[in-house]
Design a protein around this ligand. Structure first.
Ligand SMILES: [Zn+2]
Length: 176
């Protein structure tokens, strides 16, 4: 456990909580200061600061549990919807340094704000971001996933990089 971590304190029982689920790997507890009754934290019992550090199998289990909690509060409480929310990093509004999903019950006019102003990107911005993100995504294949839609050329010889550069040039040519 990490010192001064509220969720680790809940896991080891030092901090009392209202548990809706617990097994040897994960827990789901009610947020005592949540946006609405039924607001629930779903988190790994082992301390991981951000979701990137959580093993993929456990990420899958956390989302499956959040989905189950979402269904449960939808069926047992008088709500019209849920948000499944993840704050990753302080800038993103993460208040506790222990990775967790939040299931937030939603009712019409509840004044819970999870909105943003839409921002129109230029074609160039979109293409640049697409290339940058895709390159990193492709370097981290999902375990067991088929590499569909990906060029199957070997990484050696710079063929893939050359293709990406051509792609960028082609994208730029399309900009008037
Ligand atoms: Zn912790």
């Amino acid at each position: 456990m990490a010192d001064n971590c509220i969720l680790c304190g809940i896991v080891d029982g030092a901090i009392p909580s209202k548990k809706v689920y617990e097994d040897d790997e994960i827990m789901a507890v009610l947020d005592l200061n949540g946006a609405a009754p039924g607001h629930t934290f779903v988190f790994p019992k082992k301390h991981h600061t951000i979701i990137e550090q959580v093993p993929n199998a456990l990420v899958g289990k956390l989302f499956a549990m959040a989905n189950k909690v979402s269904t449960s509060i939808f069926e047992s409480l008088d709500i019209q919807g849920t948000n499944i929310f993840l704050a990753n990093g302080i800038t993103a509004g993460q208040l506790v340094p222990h990775a967790m999903l939040q299931v937030i019950p939603r009712r019409e006019g509840d004044n819970v704000k999870l909105s943003w102003e839409p921002r129109q990107l230029t074609e160039e911005e979109m293409s640049t971001v697409e290339l940058k993100v895709k390159e990193v995504v492709d370097s981290m294949p999902l375990p067991g996933a088929a590499q569909s839609g990906q060029k199957q050329k070997p990484k050696s010889g710079g063929e893939v990089i050359a293709d990406e550069e051509n792609y960028l040039v082609n994208q730029l040519k399309r900009i008037p």
